[in-house]
Design a protein around this ligand. Structure first.
Ligand code: GDP
Length: 340
């Protein structure tokens, strides 16, 4: 072979090592973090499966405490564990509470993964995030980009903890043959999100701000940064469906991205939200707030080759999420603002 020849690997993805089809029938499935947005979606989705759901309230079990988690796992011996518990928040929350984002997420991984293994769990699914990839990763971001460059500084704390969790799963598989798999969801939204203008992610934050601006007759919706960064948004019910698909059809050390493969600029997202909410005022861009990573679109080749794709269109998902927000969050708030 001449030295000038560069041989490139052909693209393929193993369809699962030990178990091509992992059957959930009759199994006990522990959803760690069942009260969060992802956990709630998983509980909804898993209720359609012939499995037995296990959950535990935060007041009863602190998922950051290894001894307590170990005792709980030993007592309940779940067949399957899904780690949907995490401390999450938007770009500002991440930047201002670095200890919480790093320490809590490390502690959850370090308590739940070893305890599940010790209790004889057959399969574990750990959730990472698209922010674990390098800030300047080539787009769309493939799973192979992990640890190939520096992280985006605004969410490095959360990202580092999630990388440690992903690697802990890989290490348990390598050292003990534990069937721990990892999924990397893109930016999520949906019912049960944190509709907090300061600490939430962009989609629920803008929804809450647009709703209030319309109600209060404020002329301007405040959007952070320049509006030019691009993000990919996946409805949490699509994620839950994708996770169940992955759980039943995949076993292997490589992480698997879960996204739509399509991104939009934050400015376009703001327009879409204004349309849904019916806010007709102006949009103002706040330059003292960070843009974060310029682009974050996942390569979804692996998930597609496993036979899965999302179903919920972004405009429909936003409309459905806004209806949920109005019924579950805004109603109480609006009653305190009778002018609306
Ligand atoms: P990220 O994907 O980790 O950066 O998380 P976010 O969802 O918090 O932010 C996504 C993008 O939306 C960033 O470029 C933010 O600057 C931008 N953005 C615009 N307005 C807002 C807002 O009101 N809240 C948040 N969290 N982000 C906003």
């Amino acid at each position: 072979m001449p030295d000038t020849l560069t041989v490139v690997e052909r693209r393929s993805f193993p369809r699962g090592g030990t178990a091509d089809r992992f059957d959930l029938a009759g199994r006990s499935v522990f959803v760690a973090g069942h009260a969060g947005m992802v956990g709630r979606a998983l509980v909804r989705r898993l209720s359609a499966e012939p499995c037995r759901l296990l959950t535990v309230d935060r007041g009863t079990l602190d998922l950051r405490r290894p001894d307590a988690v170990r005792a709980w796992m030993d007592a309940h011996r779940p067949d399957v564990v899904i780690v949907a518990a995490a401390r999450v928040g938007g770009i500002l929350a991440n930047a201002t509470e670095p200890v919480d984002f790093l320490a809590d997420n490390l502690a959850i991984a370090n308590a739940v993964i070893p305890a599940a293994h010790a209790a004889g769990t057959r399969k574990l699914l750990y959730l990472g995030s698209s922010c674990i990839y390098p800030r300047d990763a080539p787009q769309p971001i493939s799973e192979a980009a992990l640890l190939t460059g520096p992280l985006e500084p605004t969410n490095q704390w959360y990202a580092l903890a999630k990388i440690a969790g992903v690697k802990l799963c890989e290490a348990y598989r390598r050292q003990f043959g534990f069937d721990a798999i990892t999924a990397m969801p893109t930016n999520l939204y949906g019912p049960g999100d944190r509709f907090d203008p300061e600490r939430g992610h962009v989609l629920p934050a803008l929804m809450a701000k647009a709703h209030r601006a319309k109600r209060d007759g404020t002329g301007c919706l405040e959007v952070w940064g320049t509006g030019t960064p691009r993000r990919e948004f996946l409805h949490v019910d699509d994620l839950a469906d994708g996770l169940v698909h992955l759980l039943t059809r995949y076993s292997g050390p490589e992480p698997v991205n879960i996204g739509t493969g399509t991104d939009i600029a934050i400015a376009e997202l703001a327009e879409l939200i204004c349309e849904t909410v019916g806010f007709r005022g102006r949009i103002g861009y706040r330059s003292d707030r960070p843009d974060g990573t310029p682009r974050k679109r996942l390569d979804t080749f692996r998930m597609r080759s496993l036979g899965w794709q999302p179903r919920i269109d972004l405009a429909d998902g936003i409309a459905q999420t806004y209806a949920w927000y109005r019924d579950h969050v805004a109603m109480d708030e609006d009653s305190l603002h009778p002018t609306g």
